[in-house]
Design a protein around this ligand. Structure first.
Ligand code: SF4
Length: 119
């Protein structure tokens, strides 16, 4: 699995993504049960509210070899994770990410998956 990780721009100012990286390294959370090696291809942010730049981020990550786009839990579940401030633009972001991932994958002849959380 070649992962392109996308994080919340605001959270990226103070969170070093340690828990996201740990879940990949230890194959826990969203990565539990994955047998293949997990390689982190790159890390980007949504580009800032309201997330309109996220499509270009998906394109860049797939062009760099990602076959799986992972949206960090700070976007889908908030920060602190599961406690507060999930992204108010989540539905639009995930819709755009899935659409662009599908198109980019088709252009490269691969099935680009989208994972909606990390830990
Ligand atoms: S659009 Fe959502 S994920 Fe992006 S910076 Fe704003 S709150 Fe964070």
């Amino acid at each position: 699995m070649k992962v392109g990780l996308i994080r919340c721009e605001i959270v990226s100012e103070f969170c070093p993504a340690a828990s996201c990286l740990k879940s990949m390294r230890e194959k826990s959370g969203a990565f539990e049960g994955i047998d293949e090696e997990i390689e982190l291809v790159g890390v980007m942010t949504c580009g800032g509210c309201p997330g309109k730049k996220v499509s270009s981020k998906v394109r860049a990550l797939v062009n760099k070899g990602a076959d799986t786009i992972v949206l960090s839990s700070c976007i889908s579940k908030g920060y602190p994770v599961g406690v507060a401030f999930p992204c108010p633009n989540w539905e639009n972001i995930v819709k755009a990410v899935k659409s662009v991932a599908k198109k980019c994958g088709e252009a490269k002849g691969i099935d680009v998956k989208v994972v909606e959380w990390t830990h």
